[in-house]
Each structure stands twice: as C-alpha cells, then as structure tokens.
Design a protein around this ligand. Structure first.
Ligand code: HEM
Length: 487
C-alpha cells in the first residue's frame, strides 16, 4: 500500500514538474514557443551547425511559427529569443537597469567567473577603462606601425609557402600581436605554446557542454586551465621583477594591483587577459578570412579596394613612409567593405542578457531572472533594412555612418557593452588589407565555405597562394621606414 502511495506521489510530482517545465509561471503573457524536453530543453536543436550566411534554421523555423519574440530552454535555462529590432535595441539601451550582461553557466565556466562579461557596475567600468588604455584611440594611433610591420612580415613569410590556410595564419598573426601588447609574449622564445591551449579551447567552445574525458567540452576546459596556468606563472614571475618602464598591459595591471585599496584582484586580471586574448584573435581572424574570401569572389570590390589603397601610396610625399593615422582614416571604401563583411559574418550571432525585473514589451511578459538572447543575425539580414540581405554588397554602405552601432547594425553589440576592441579590430583589418592589396595578389586554392555553429562560425579551411606583386615602379620597400612616418 505504502509503495503504491509513494509511486502515485512520484508520478504526480513528476507530472507536475513536467507541466511546470512546459508552462513556466508568469504574471502576464509569456511569448509563444516550446521549452523542449525536460532538462535538455531545445539545446540539441540549437547546437546544430549550418552552412549558409542565412538566419540559422533553429531561429528561422521558430520565427515563422511563433513570430519575432519566442521562448525556449537552452542548457537548462528558460530564455526569450528576440529577433525583434525594437526589443533588441531596448535590451542594449537598458543595460544595468532592466537587463544585465549574462551568459549561460557553461560560458562562465569556460571564460571564468570574473570575466568582464560577468562583471557589472563599478568593477565593469574600471575594467573597461583598463582595456581602453590598451586599445583606445590614442593607443591605436601609435599601433599602426606595429600592425603594419606584423602584416608585412607575415605576408612575406606566406608568399614563400605553396599554400596558406588563412584562418589559422591570420589567427596566429593576431594572437602574436595581441600577446605581445598584453604580456610581451614571443612564441618563438617560449618553451610552451600559449596559443595551442586556445586552439583546444576553441574546438570545445562550440560543442555540447558535457564535461567528461574525451568530449570536446572537456578538452576546452582543460585548454582554459593550461592557458590560465601559463598566464598565472608569467604574472607571478613578472611581479617578482622590477621594471623601470611600463612596457605592456601586464606592467599596467601589476601597477594597478600594487595600489592601495585597489578593486583589482589577480583572478580578475587573469580572466581579463584570457578574455582579451580570445576575443581579439578569434573574432578578427574570422573577419579577415571572410574578407579575403569576399574579395576573391567579388572582383569589382577587389578592384575598388585596391584603387583606394594604391591612391594612398600615390598621394604620399615620401613613397617609402609607412601608413599614417590620417591615411587610415581616409579609407572610405575599406570601412564600407569591413562593415559589409562583419554584417554577413555575424561573428557574435547571439548576445545574452538577463532580465533584472519583470518586463512587459509589445504585449508579452519577460519574467524576472529569465535569459534574453538577442539575435543579431536577424537584425543584419532584415530584408526591410537590407536589400537582398544575404548578398555581399559593400556599396550599400555608401554615404552612411560606418563607425557606429545602431538598431540595424550590431556586429559589435550595442549600448554600454559595445565591443571595446571594435576599433582595434578595424585597424588590424584595414592595415592588413592595405598591405595585402598594395604588395601582393593571391589565388584561392580551395575551401572557404561557411560553417556556422551557434556560438561562433568558421570559414572552413580556406587555402590561398600568396604571390608578390611587381611593385618595382613604385619602389616601395617591404619593410616600411617608420622613421619618416608622420602620424
Ligand atoms: C571582428 C572582430 C570583433 C567582433 C565581431 C566583436 C564582437 C563583439 C560583440 C558583439 C561584443 C558584445 C558582447 C555582449 O554585449 O555581450 C563584444 C564584446 C567584447 N569584445 Fe569584441 N569583437 C571583436 C573584436 C574584439 C577585439 C579585437 C577585442 C580585444 C581588445 C575585443 C574585446 C571585447 C571585450 C573585452 C568585450 C566584452 C565587453 C563587455 O562585456 O562589455 N573584441 N565583442
């Protein structure tokens, strides 16, 4: 009898729990949608990879069925997915007030509890200022020669190879550049390769979050552990040495850590270094690879871009001088081209937030504590804003402001949390393109197709052969003469 009662109670509890899972409590009207299977939600469907520039099928199907705002459950969390431009914009504008930066627990495990996206208020502002010290406008002006030097030396190296896999090659170039600025890291002088740990890390970042040996997610966490371990050793070694002149970001962090009453901790600094290394090289290398792919497929765009950069060289007083900030700022078509590349690339196709209060929007209620996933892909592929949205057309940006985020352009996010590295990424891309089209030409060999997963997307192994252009009539040296540079 008791056993029967217990079984009945268990069945009632489970049925109630399943009912609640499917019909979460809400004071108003929840957006339509499905919470998927108990525990799993719709995580598996969400993680399915796809191979086009178009809106991911997971989102597209649900937009057709439920409209622009719908609910789901991903990795155990109830989430509202917004493809509605007004709600997306509202979410960014209300950062810290109605919404707060939030990423699923699995992301926090990977990026660290003290990572910049998980910090708010005073601490967040403090970190943002630190990063701006590194990649703000003043630093960027001085960085142009370094970026140009790095691009030229890599291009020369690649031109000696039969083929170059562009994603990996550009990632390595940007990693070296960022790691040098951050921690004076030189891969050729280190016994352990820091980037290798990030490679393992990236492979798991887009996988299902199952932390058992053998899974990609497990390898990813191991990669993080090793990378953080290396950064920690470097920081401790550096803290023990005195340096006369602050030279890199590590020195700056160490100075901050020394200050009495500082809010910075070693853990926060390490998570910041880790996030900056990842955020800078993984995103920008995807954008650069896609940029070259687009130029390979669109000869008119290549022609106009090349003309813009040849013109910069022609207008110089001293043909041997390197690129200046003024020249960089004059690259009108290049900025149109970069905007179009990142619009279609949708490198951050989803941005997460959490509702701090119950919110009513367009007749729906978003319960307090729920996650909100802003779908930037749908903003960038909105046919009402972009004619033939999946077509590559850099000319669509003609006469528009190419340097700001808006309701219709969120490639670098929006509101207070707008990407702090956006200008750095643009400098790296523009300078690299300048070096490439003025001194080299290339042949696409194979690959370059798009492979998208919800978190990140990769142009699949894009192999090219880089060849030097005949620039003898221009008498431009491969290494710019930085002494004659006029920033
Ligand atoms: C094409 C290149 C890049 C793209 C598409 C990109 C995209 C984004 C987006 C969409 C966000 C907003 C995330 C959110 O609101 O939750 C973001 C944040 C961030 N990005 Fe970038 N990013 C790029 C390059 C960089 C670079 C080069 C750096 C390195 C300095 C960087 C550092 C950061 C950091 C630290 C944040 C976190 C800011 C915060 O939480 O407020 N990014 N990025």
């Amino acid at each position: 009898m008791w056993a029967l009662c217990m079984a009945a109670l268990a069945i009632i509890s489970i049925t109630h729990w399943v009912y609640r899972w499917r019909n979460p409590k809400c004071h108003g009207k929840l957006p339509p949608g499905s919470m998927g299977l108990p525990l799993l939600g719709e995580t598996l469907q969400f993680f399915t990879a796809n191979t086009s520039f178009d809106i991911p099928p997971f989102i597209k199907k649900r937009m057709e069925k439920y409209g622009p705002i719908f609910r789901t459950n991903l990795v155990g969390r109830p989430i509202i997915i917004s493809t509605d431009p007004d709600l997306n914009y509202f979410v960014f504008q209300q950062e810290g007030n109605l919404f707060q930066s939030w990423y699923p627990d699995t992301f926090i495990e990977i990026f660290g509890k003290q990572n910049v996206s998980n910090l708010h208020g005073v601490m967040y502002k403090y970190l943002k200022n630190m990063v701006l010290h590194l990649v703000g406008p003043e630093s960027l002006k001085n960085m142009i020669p370094e970026v140009e030097q790095a691009a030229l030396s890599k291009l020369q190296q690649w031109s000696c190879q039969d083929t170059t896999e562009l994603k990996d090659a550009t990632a390595s170039m940007i990693f070296d550049l960022t790691a040098k600025k951050l921690i004076s890291y030189d891969s050729s002088k280190s016994s352990e390769n820091l980037r290798d740990n990030f490679v393992a890390f990236i492979q798991g970042l887009i996988s299902f979050p199952l932390d058992i040996p053998g899974t990609a997610y497990h390898k990813c966490l191991q990669g993080r552990k090793r990378a953080i371990g290396m950064l920690k050793d470097m920081l401790r070694e550096r803290r023990g040495k005195s340096r006369d002149q602050p030279n890199d970001f590590f020195d700056y962090v160490i100075e901050e850590l020394k200050k009495e009453g500082t809010i910075l901790t070693e853990e926060i600094s390490l998570d910041l270094m880790f996030a900056l290394l990842f955020a800078s090289f993984e995103t920008t290398s995807i954008a650069m690879t896609l940029a070259i792919k687009f130029l390979s497929d669109h000869p008119l765009a290549l022609k106009q871009l090349t003309e813009e950069h040849e013109m910069i060289l022609k207008q110089r007083k001293n043909a041997d001088s390197g690129l200046t900030w003024k020249e960089y700022k004059s690259m009108t078509f290049t900025f149109q081209f970069i905007n179009e590349t990142v619009r279609l690339a949708n490198i951050a196709p989803t941005i997460f937030r959490r509702a701090l209060k119950e919110i009513n929007f367009k007749g729906y209620t978003i319960p307090e504590g729920w996650g909100v996933m802003v779908s930037t892909t749908t903003v960038h592929l909105n046919p009402e804003k972009y004619d033939d949205p999946v077509a590559f057309n850099p000319w669509r940006w003609e006469g528009t402001e190419t340097n700001s985020a808006s309701k219709d352009f969120m490639a670098f996010g929006g509101g207070q949390r707008l990407c702090v590295g956006a200008d750095f990424a643009k400098v790296e891309m523009a300078v690299f393109l300048h070096c490439l089209v003025t001194k080299y030409r290339w042949e696409a060999i194979r690959g370059g197709n798009i492979v998208r997963s919800p978190g990140l997307q990769f142009p699949e192994g894009f192999h090219i052969r880089i060849l030097e252009k005949d620039t003898s009539n221009r008498k431009q040296p491969i290494t710019p003469d930085t002494s004659t540079r006029n920033v």
